[in-house]
Design a protein around this ligand. Structure first.
Ligand code: DX5
Ligand code: ZN
Length: 217
């Protein structure tokens, strides 16, 4: 199934609850929550208290994208705050296998993210253990960047790897996705689509609906 995961990094934080309810009503299945620590990526975004306070606004899947060093230290906290899916970067974990296991042990979904330049082979041995692989299609750290074209081939190669093993692993793409390139990205094999600026710049409900029309066509 194709799902939309709007990134609240581009939301108006003064009206965050309201905007999440708007996404929910418009039919977005996930809420993409970008946590940044100023170390793994240059920016600092928001963390646990914000996730806790928006949890009552919706029952949609909280798709927590941890762009932090050694995320294994905080898995329990993010599960407690309301995460349904936690994605960690392979580049930020000294013991990726252990961190994935610690997410799964807590009964929620686990994802691994790869920066644009990180080879796909990094997930080769853990593919069976994760529910989702997130292919970064920009360098993580900021919303509103331009999609990096070579990542499209990476999505295709990942899809091949998943199909060859008979797996059902979700492929999420994140960064520079808009209404003009989303179809091509889906044809490459992605089924969970993150969009930040393309959803929040302008009318949130209308933009969500336009994405969902393409995702469902
Ligand atoms: C980038 C974040 C993305 C970001 C996407 O580091 O992981 O989720 O919010 O924003 P857009 O869709 O504007 O590129
Ligand atoms: Zn993200």
């Amino acid at each position: 199934m194709n799902c939309l995961s709007p990134s609240i990094l581009s939301a108006d934080f003064s009206r965050l609850g309201e905007q999440i309810r708007e996404l929910d009503e418009a039919g977005a299945q996930y809420v993409h929550i970008d946590v940044m620590d100023g170390m793994f990526v240059p920016s600092i975004s928001f963390g646990l208290p914000v996730i806790r306070s928006i949890r009552p606004c919706t029952d949609r899947i909280f798709d927590v994208h941890l762009m932090i060093e050694e995320p294994g230290r905080y898995i329990e906290d993010f599960v407690g705050a309301g995460a349904d899916l936690i994605t960690v970067h392979a580049e930020s974990c000294k013991h990726l296998d252990r961190t994935i296991a610690s997410i799964k042990e807590r009964g929620i979904l686990a994802g691994v993210a790869l920066n644009p330049a990180t080879p796909l082979q990094t997930v080769e041995y853990v593919l069976e253990k994760v529910d989702m692989v997130l292919i970064m299609t920009v360098n993580p750290g900021f919303g509103g960047q331009k999609f990096i074209p070579y990542t499209l081939q990476k999505v295709r190669d990942l899809k091949k790897m998943i199909d060859a093993r008979g797996l059902k692993t979700d492929i999420e793409v994140d960064g520079g996705v808009n209404l003009s390139n989303v179809e091509e990205i889906m044809s490459a094999g992605a089924n969970i689509i993150v969009a930040g600026s393309a959803v929040f710049n302008g009318d949130v409900a209308e933009n969500t609906q336009m994405f969902l029309d393409i995702l469902n066509s």
